[in-house]
Design a protein around this ligand. Structure first.
Ligand code: SAM
Ligand code: SF4
Length: 382
């Protein structure tokens, strides 16, 4: 792996900056959670600086620097998670609409020139895109080399882990919402729990570490499994990240009352008798991090109750080449068509800078003025 080329731990890697033993613990117990306490309506008025930023890092009018890019390679998926896709799937994009690997690499290289340091390949399910390792190898050749991560449901990971690691992938995040077979089937509408668990083991064996397990916690569905996932973090050496359920399901079934909140996640761990200690965070981490019983590392991503918009460093490119500056953005900047029409790097850079400059302050979930985007998570690239 090329970790020596990345001196500063990236904000979103969650990779401990130090070994577990030397990890800096705060003295806080969970009764003093290191999360912003208030949930204010975000003032989306841009600052009054009218000048478009023309050099240096990708900056917006709220002085945030974008240095993390999620690159979606497909809108298709081999699962149908109830919080993301309808049972019958969605109308898939025609292949000609998708960025080719060469186009995706050219855009990614440009973002790296503009200061992006972490690339997360995602989808839809990225492992259903043919020969994904070829794209990873192309991204691996970008200079300076960015950190390369992948978010996957892991159904196809066992068979691809070695190839991906050899191509230069650094690490994986695996989505897994239940450790019980019948529930896994209900949530994903597929019988693949064993394959996912084998995929996690294969990723560890291939050195795609630390493996992070992303668990969307839903009231009345899997919330009672929070302690079991914390045990998994201890026993398997994965970092388990609990994610609040967001209104990005294609079925439009999301209800605020189905969100099992960060606070409730911590409470449920304490009620189950776990010792939970907050770890210090540096940089714009979306996850608040904790150590459970002295060894299992967990993170909580409170995207609904305590959004991290004010420090958000993320950008997204959809599978069809749309630049989104927020998961909940209502607009995209089409980069694919200018690229296919022959735009040079300077012209593409101008489009990118203009889009980032206009990034809004935040998404306001749960507020009266919140507007749900007309795309699901799988179509945006989570
Ligand atoms: N298919 C891959 C996977 O599931 O890991 C990558 C794409 S998926 C859209 C990326 C992440 O988005 C997953 O961790 C998934 O759990 C999360 N996700 C999807 N819909 C969500 C929702 N409504 N609320 C919170 N997280 C969601
Ligand atoms: Fe597919 Fe990932 Fe959406 Fe589940 S969350 S349906 S695995 S894209």
């Amino acid at each position: 792996m090329h970790s020596d080329q990345h001196p500063a731990p990236n904000a979103d890697t969650g990779k401990p900056a130090q070994s577990k033993k030397s990890e800096k613990k705060t003295s806080q117990k969970t009764s003093a959670i290191p999360l912003p306490r208030t949930r204010k309506n975000t003032n989306n008025k841009q600052s009054d600086r009218p000048d478009l930023h023309t050099g240096g890092p990708l900056l917006d009018t709220f002085a945030r620097v974008a240095d993390d890019l999620r690159l979606s390679v497909t809108d298709r998926c081999n699962l149908r998670c109830m919080y993301c896709m309808p049972a019958d799937g969605l109308p898939w994009l025609p292949r000609t609409e998708l960025l080719t690997y060469e186009e995706a690499t050219r855009l990614t290289a440009l973002f790296v020139q503009l200061g992006v340091r972490t690339i997360r390949v995602t989808g839809g399910e990225p492992l259903v895109r043919h020969n994904l390792h070829i794209l990873i190898a192309q991204l691996n050749a970008i200079t300076p080399r960015p950190e390369l991560a992948l978010t996957t449901n892991a159904v196809l990971l066992e068979e691809q882990a070695d190839k991906l690691a050899e191509a230069g992938l650094d690490r994986v995040n695996v989505s897994l919402d239940s450790l019980q077979q019948d529930r896994f089937i209900r949530i994903t509408r597929s019988d693949n729990l064993e394959k996912v668990l084998r995929g996690i083991r294969a990723a560890k064996a291939a050195g795609l570490t630390p493996v992070k397990v992303n668990c969307v916690v839903m009231r009345g569905m899997n919330a009672d499994e929070v302690p079991a996932f914390a045990r998994m973090a201890q026993e398997e050496g994965c970092i388990v990240r609990f994610i609040e359920y967001m209104p990005l399901d294609a079925d439009g079934q999301w209800k605020e009352k189905a969100v099992f909140t960060a606070e409730e996640i911590l409470d449920s761990l304490e009620k189950a008798g776990h010792d939970v200690v907050a770890l210090s965070s540096e940089g714009p981490h979306p996850a608040s991090r904790f150590l459970v019983d002295g060894e299992g590392q967990i993170g909580i991503i409170p995207s609904v109750t305590r959004p991290f918009c004010s420090t958000c460093n993320r950008l997204r490119i959809t599978a069809e080449g749309g630049l989104r500056t927020c998961l909940f953005a209502l607009e995209e900047t089409n980069l694919r068509d200018p690229l296919r029409a022959g735009s040079n790097d300077a012209e593409l850079e101008a489009l990118i800078r203009a889009a980032v400059w206009k990034k809004w302050a935040g998404h306001n979930i749960g507020m009266p003025d919140f507007v749900k985007p007309n795309k699901s998570m799988s179509q945006i690239g989570g």
